[in-house]
Design a protein around this ligand. Sequence first.
Ligand SMILES: CC(=O)SCCNC(=O)CCNC(=O)[C@H](O)C(C)(C)COP(=O)(O)OP(=O)(O)OC[C@H]1O[C@@H](n2cnc3c(N)ncnc32)[C@H](O)[C@@H]1OP(=O)(O)O
Length: 405
Amino acid sequence: MPHELARHSLLSLLQKNRLDKELIDYIVYGSVIQEVKTSNIAREAALAAGFSNKTPAHTVTMACISSNAAITTGMGLIATNTYDVIVAGGVEFMSDVPIRHSRKMRGLMLKANKAKTLGQRLALLSTFRPGFLAPELPAVAEFSSGETMGHSADRLASAFNVSRAEQDEYALRSHTLAKQAQEKGYFTDLVPFKVQGIDQVVDKDNGIRVSTPESLAKLKPAFVKPYGTVTAANASFLTDGASACLIMTEEKAKQLGLKPKAFLRDFLYVSQDPVDQLLLGPAYGIPKLLKKAGVTLKDIDSWEIHEAFAGQIVANLKALDSDWFCKTYLGLSEKVGSPDLTKWNNWGGSLSIGHPFAATGVRLCMHTANRLVREDGKLGVVAACAAGGQGVAMLIERYPGATAD
Ligand SMILES: CC(=O)SCCNC(=O)CCNC(=O)[C@H](O)C(C)(C)COP(=O)(O)OP(=O)(O)OC[C@H]1O[C@@H](n2cnc3c(N)ncnc32)[C@H](O)[C@@H]1OP(=O)(O)O
């Protein structure tokens, strides 16, 4: 179950930092497609991990930026002097999503539960139709418009004139860089997971697949058929995962003898009309964040931007480099410009590493912190889009003397 995956991330974080459970004041986890039995998954994971029942925990949800929301919620609790040491994380378990009976079937079952006599039950039974048995699957779709994320990505790519070839090329870049980073042993934020019931330990990201441009070009559109450009290979794939990170003030870290990785210097959230364009969070968030923090594109040494779809990433890059977009939608006098792509998602991204929705935000932050060390940088930006037309942008600064282990 998802809380078991989250439990593993909690325990592994403590083991890695040689910390006692008692030192954790509060736990916040993100979750998107919720398991109904464990709706406050942070609490269930903490109890399953053997935390004291006196350690409060709550769950946040903000689509694909849920663990970013967990981190900033934790930061708020620290800033208000409510707590000192917080674990923030996220979990997604796409291999067993809750599948519901149809609404008609649910209605019938609820009424049957209340029926007192055999006559009432038989009368209800006579209203049953075989069609009631059609199940309701959770869709990776925008509730307000009904549009799937893949369809939105296709629409966005088309609006910014992003070709299929550009999308495939970007996807190949992501998988190639992820493979290189994996082989070099850079994914030090990973812990192996023993899958219950089968004799298998997952000890590396298993979605990385470096293909050839020819085989990518052969794939059929996955969402808008037959003319769409989003395929299984240039979209993020559905996967399981959990993440966790430890947040506290610098002073507290020193007190506990811990070696910090990075400062979270600044952050903000953005939101737009979800029916217009859903996936432009980075294009809206990055310029606002840079302005708020008083830095420019050139000051950024590492970009870690959530890759929902290759077309979405290329469209966001084009938007930032477009006078028309920046003037019309951001109210700026000119374009922001294009970030330096040699500093962009250098270890791959959600397209290749995977995108367990609510877990991704922490992964982006940790890759930024570790990349800043390995690439000898100072400032990194994390940005992501999310369902609901929302987005996040965060500024991360390497801690002096931090290591990438
Ligand atoms: C803000 C946000 O983040 S929003 C959320 C964004 N993410 C999403 O919405 C998830 C989108 N992704 C999906 O829904 C699914 O992954 C889909 C629908 C695109 C694809 O699902 P599936 O069809 O089950 O994918 P599957 O793994 O079977 O791949 C389909 C085909 O593509 C091929 N393929 C997939 N990846 C690659 C690759 N990198 N290289 C070459 N071929 C590939 C597979 O081999 C398979 O080929 P086959 O049909 O000959 O066997």
